[in-house]
Design a protein around this ligand. Structure first.
Ligand SMILES: *Cc1c(COP(=O)(O)O)cnc(C)c1O
Ligand SMILES: [Zn+2]
Length: 371
């Protein structure tokens, strides 16, 4: 029942083997039967491990060692223009971004697999999260980042004791460098490794539980590699298959106009993609998302769409959130700018959920430039 399956050739693997990619080079998905015993769930502490029967771990042994109290972030109503939207406060995670959901799950699984050293590449927040949980697990960790990553994130990764590799060039150059290292060590990748998505899926469980075990009509999410969007899609599918919610919400995917390969493919599949320009939304500046097809399918099948936002819209949204008492990073503000655009043509009376993905303290140097 429980297996990893290649999206390209269909080959299957035992999830207790340390594989992160098919021998054919294809992406793997984890097929897993999630269960939701609501009485038991609600009797447990408010963290993401309360959904234990929906998490693909053989035992609790490694959770206990690595847990940092992650999950069950507040779902708060926030004014966006004249409408109040439910915003999940994911910047309040132990390392300052929702990436802790995926890292807590993946590093617990890595410990269960007996792995002692992992490699990961990131534009910052995934590297911080993987480095923190490796520190908890006593695992060695090498993080590859683009050389222009925010200084605060570089400091954070090093403080957790990870070995930092700064790679000159684009985000894709960093991805190439880590693939070489991944021939030798386990690749704790937030885009390749299917266990990461079985951590981020807990966002969907928490939202539904916090709304009284109902699903919102619409979820508005940022998209670079799609670690949150694909996790939410998995989580909502599992809740629907278990009969907890009648149908999955519509997914609205937000990209920065300066780096919007998926939005372009969504609206103009036959046109050439314009080359990316720098954006202050560094966390979603992914020119070649490896799960691009999967993201496009998830958005399309949900009846959703893509929205792109300009640099000015991102800055305005960032400042507006600050004046309401929320200090978030510019990447997180891109999503808020996307909500503003969505609301201009949204059907009335929808229940909408969105997210603050990262903390403002991550991007102090960039934010100083706006003051
Ligand atoms: C990772 C991240 C995102 C979403 O990026 P994906 O590449 O789609 O996973 C959004 N905001 C912040 C702050 C992030 O760290
Ligand atoms: Zn394959």
């Amino acid at each position: 029942m429980n297996h990893l399956r290649c999206r390209t050739c269909g080959q299957t693997y035992n999830p207790n083997e340390p594989v992160w990619r098919c021998t054919c080079g294809g992406l793997l998905d984890l097929h897993f039967q999630a269960e939701f015993p609501l009485d038991r769930i609600q009797a447990r502490p408010p963290d993401l491990w309360r959904y234990r029967e929906a998490l693909p771990l053989e035992s609790d042994d490694h959770i206990i060692i690595i847990a940092l109290g992650e999950g069950f972030t507040p779902l708060l109503p926030v004014w966006i223009g004249d409408k109040s939207i439910w915003i999940k406060q994911e910047h309040l995670f132990p390392t300052g971004s929702y990436k802790d959901r995926g890292a807590a799950m993946l590093i617990s699984k890595s410990a269960e697999l007996g792995i002692s050293r992992v490699v990961e590449d990131s534009s910052g927040n995934a590297g911080c999260a993987v480095a923190a949980y490796c520190a908890r697990a006593g695992m060695e960790c090498d993080i590859y980042v683009p050389a222009d990553t925010s200084a605060a994130k570089l400091a954070q990764i090093q403080m957790y004791g990870a070995t930092l590799h700064k790679i000159a060039g684009s985000r894709e150059d960093t991805a190439r460098a880590v693939l070489m290292a991944a021939e030798q060590y386990y690749y704790a990748s937030h885009s390749w490794n299917p266990f990461f998505f079985h951590g981020t899926k807990t966002f969907a469980y928490e939202v539904c539980e916090q709304l009284g075990w109902t699903a919102p009509d619409t979820i508005i999410l940022p998209v670079g590699n799609g670690t949150l969007l694909l996790g939410v899609d998995i989580g909502m599918s599992e809740l629907r298959n278990a009969g907890i919610i009648p149908q999955k919400p519509k997914l609205i995917a937000v990209q920065a106009a300066h780096c919007s390969p998926l939005a372009q493919r969504f609206f103009k599949p036959d046109s050439e993609i314009t080359s990316p320009q720098p954006t202050i939304a560094e966390g979603i500046a992914i020119a070649e998302p490896i799960r691009g097809e999967q993201i496009l399918d998830a958005v399309r099948n949900s009846g959703g769409t893509f929205i792109t936002v300009s640099e000015d819209e991102i800055k305005t949204a960032l400042i507006q959130m600050g004046t309401q008492g929320f200090y978030i990073e510019p990447t997180a503000a891109a999503t808020i700018a996307g909500i503003q655009r969505y609301l201009a043509t949204a059907p009335p009376d929808e229940v909408i959920v969105s997210v603050f993905t990262g903390h403002g303290l991550k991007a102090t140097e960039k934010i100083l430039k706006f003051l």
